[in-house]
Design a binder for this molecule. Structure first.
Ligand SMILES: *Cc1c(COP(=O)(O)O)cnc(C)c1O
Length: 412
């Protein structure tokens, strides 16, 4: 049931940026004016037709939207139950959904007269999308990346450099995504005048979680129309993988008020949620706390220290989850499950073999949950999974896990 505050699940967050007990704006006084001016500018843009016209023009001609809604016929036959559709966001320019959101934030930055864009990145996908759009608009781009990730993600570091971005390895803390996000926030406070902070998922202080969700909602809006065209009705179940939760929120949001639509988020279960923190399932295995300016479910130890988490998929190892997911989880509007590395690898291979689609390891988690439930559903049940990224970036780690020798070719 929705909070009193919301007569619709789609009205959130409240004016303080809260989704129930989650979200908000836990930032230093120095950061507050920046956040408020961003919020003001976004509120203006939201109802400005010229803003959305520019977005749609670039979505169409630069990103390649709308992405297809594809009926996965052989997968459907193989699993023998629900009719499975894939939302093909892996076909976007730069290979994932990240660019949907980056475009929105960069257009906003340009409207605010900002010339220097900073971003944080873990696996490098958000960094690549940001570097791409900055190159397109001739903006200076600085990407903070944990030193550990810089080593692990060499191809994406090189891509960002080719695109003209400066990549700053972060050695503070443990040199991971969480630390990169802290350094980006510090940079923002220091370079107030000309700098815009482009966040890659539905995290950070208000208005970021709502703003990123709004930009990613193009995914769900298209699915609504495309499903109507294909089947003449709403889908029955939506499934998406969750790191911070932006591709999932993008798919889910336009359907939140349609009570007949089941909504399932899939977290990274790593080696299993029961084993000590060898997973990234913030909702299943974490508890509420404050990180990066908002209150949400986090992976933390007994003293409230943020834990790193583990997943075969680098794009899923954010130690938190977007506050709107935390809220949807607590009020029961969406269900959250976890999938292990092993299950994701099986789904990865099945998609290759049956559909000719090499998926990223992140959506392979979503697909693995489809494999678990599709067979028990009736054949007229319409299931949509978000194929939010392509697998080119992951073939080396998959090869390693499957014991395929690629030595001499991956530069390791
Ligand atoms: C970054 C990434 C994710 C995780 O981010 P969300 O904000 O949870 O969507 C998932 N899939 C792919 C392909 C990604 O690049």
């Amino acid at each position: 049931m929705a909070d009193d505050l919301f007569n619709s699940f789609m009205n959130g967050p409240d004016e303080d940026g809260r989704f129930g007990d989650f979200g908000g704006r836990f930032v230093s006084e120095t950061l507050m004016p920046l956040i408020l001016s961003l919020e003001e500018e976004y509120e203006k843009a939201k109802t400005d037709e010229t803003f959305w016209a520019e977005m749609h023009d670039l979505w169409t001609h630069y990103v390649g939207r709308p992405s297809p809604l594809y009926y996965a016929e052989r997968l459907t036959q193989h699993l023998g139950g629900a009719k499975i559709y894939m939302k093909r966001d892996e076909l976007n320019h730069t290979g994932a959904h990240k660019i949907n959101n980056v475009l929105g934030q960069i257009i906003l930055a340009r409207r605010m007269g900002k010339t220097r864009i900073i971003a944080e990145t873990g696996a490098g996908q958000h960094g690549v999308a940001t570097a791409t759009v900055c190159a397109k608009f001739g903006l200076k781009c600085i990407v903070y990346m944990g030193a550990h990730d810089v080593e692990r993600q060499a191809p994406n570091v090189f891509r960002m450099k080719l695109l003209g971005a400066e990549v700053i390895p972060v050695t503070s803390g443990r040199g991971t995504l969480k630390d990169a996000m802290n350094d980006a926030l510090r940079d923002w406070v220091t370079n107030v005048r000309d700098t815009f902070y482009c966040i890659g998922t539905v995290a950070g202080p208000h208005p970021y979680p709502a703003m990123v969700r709004d930009f990613q909602s193009i995914i769900g809006k298209e699915v609504r129309e495309q499903m109507h065209e294909a089947e003449g009705r709403l889908p029955d179940t939506l499934i998406a993988a969750i790191g911070g939760g932006s591709n999932a929120m993008g798919l889910f949001f336009p359907f939140l008020d349609d009570k007949s639509v089941n909504i399932i988020g899939v977290e990274a279960g790593g080696k299993g949620v029961n084993m000590k923190m060898e997973h990234c399932a913030s909702l299943t295995g974490g508890r509420p706390g404050v990180l990066h300016g908002n209150r949400t479910y986090l992976l933390q130890d007994d003293d409230g220290q943020i834990l790193e988490g583990y997943s075969i998929s680098a794009g899923l190892d954010y130690p938190g989850i977007g506050p709107e997911h935390a809220w949807l989880h607590d009020i029961g509007r969406a269900k959250y499950v976890s999938i292990t590395d092993k299950e994701a690898l099986e789904a990865f291979q099945l998609s290759c073999a049956l559909e000719g689609i090499i998926p990223a390891l992140e959506p392979s988690h979503a697909l693995a949950h489809v494999m678990k439930i599709a067979g028990d559903l009736p054949s007229d049940h319409l299931l949509v999974m978000n194929m939010c990224g392509r697998g080119d970036k992951d073939i080396f780690s998959v090869a390693r896990h499957l014991g395929f020798d690629m030595s001499g070719q991956d530069g390791r």
